[in-house]
Design a protein around this ligand. Structure first.
Ligand SMILES: C[S@@+](CC[C@H](N)C(=O)[O-])C[C@H]1O[C@@H](n2cnc3c(N)ncnc32)[C@H](O)[C@@H]1O
Length: 287
């Protein structure tokens, strides 16, 4: 595979790829995402705005596969549901035009649940069908793979070649404890004043439990509805970025650029992909 990673973030698709596959170019407008991507994958993504990227800038890489996680706000349960009307869909719309003119061999997309009922999905599927792509669609969650984290997402995988039908992995559910840092960071504990105000709204979990809520980009700043908080003997604390990264299935060696503030780390992780789920989806291309 010669892959293009579009809306590349920290490179979740790159981490999920089998060894023989390769990402030949990545694209993202976020400098913190691009610095993190380069540190972990040794490839600097292009920071060009995808909404007006000339088709040649994609085609010059002679990629056969497009891997993409377009911005999800236009399709979110909590969002405005404007779909393709939302200005944040401009880049995706532009890519659909290029896709129609210059279809790659395969395309893989991840987005929030709800995308499958959107005008964007309808437009994408129409293009794929008109070019005779085989297509599989799934709503998947890391909790289906034994990981104690809720992150329901929609996945579409399409190819001009027949698709494989990978068996669901066998797993033993793992407790939250398996994903915790060996040495905890005491600065992650919430103060009495914060707890007095917000405790009733917090999603509280314990190390022995088998569930955490979806960690969103605002976890570093928001408390309610942003992810789970861990109850320990010492109090209640946030999960550290490395614990969230572990729950996403990022490798132990995953790093952020030195000095990247905590809220930006949570933001990048909150945009991220569940790697074991993404890896399973990619197995469809191994027919
Ligand atoms: C949902 S995140 C993708 C995360 C990625 N899959 C990962 O593993 O980290 C969407 C990404 O698209 C980028 N993005 C949003 N609009 C863009 C645009 N118009 N052009 C290029 N990148 C864009 C954002 O900076 C963000 O990193």
């Amino acid at each position: 595979m010669r892959g293009l990673e579009l809306f590349s973030g920290v490179g979740g698709w790159h981490f999920a790829l089998p060894e023989k596959a390769n990402i030949v170019a990545a694209f993202d407008i976020n400098p913190a995402a691009n610095a993190t991507y380069e540190l972990n994958h040794g490839l600097r993504p292009s920071a060009k705005e995808l909404a007006n990227l000339p088709a040649e800038r994609l085609l010059e890489h002679q990629a056969d596969t497009w891997l993409m996680s377009p911005p999800c706000q236009p399709f979110c349960r909590m969002g405005n549901h404007q779909g393709l009307e939302d200005p944040r869909s401009r880049a995706f719309l532009h890519l659909l035009e290029i896709l129609d003119l210059h279809p790659p061999v395969s395309l893989v997309l991840e987005n929030v649940e709800g995308f499958q009922n959107s005008d964007a999905h309808l437009r994408l599927v129409k293009i794929l069908d008109s070019h005779g792509f085989h297509r599989a669609e799934h709503c998947l969650c890391p909790s289906h793979f034994g990981i104690p984290n809720q992150r329901p997402r929609f996945f579409l995988v399409a190819s001009q070649n027949p698709l494989a039908c990978p068996p669901r992995p066998e797993f033993n559910p793992m407790p939250v404890a398996s994903y915790l840092d060996q040495r905890e960071d005491s600065s992650l504990y919430l103060t009495e004043a914060v707890l007095a105000k917000h405790k009733p709204g917090l999603d509280l979990v314990r190390a022995a439990g088998f569930r955490t809520a979806c960690f969103i980009g605002g976890y570093g700043r928001r408390l309610v509805g942003s992810g789970s908080f861990l109850v320990t003997e010492k109090g209640i604390r946030r999960f550290s970025p490395s614990e969230v990264a572990r729950l996403l299935g990022l490798p132990e060696g995953f790093q952020f650029p030195e000095g990247l503030p905590l809220d930006k780390r949570y933001k990048l992780l909150g945009n991220g992909l569940s790697i074991p789920v993404a890896r399973w989806v990619l197995n469809h291309l191994n027919a």
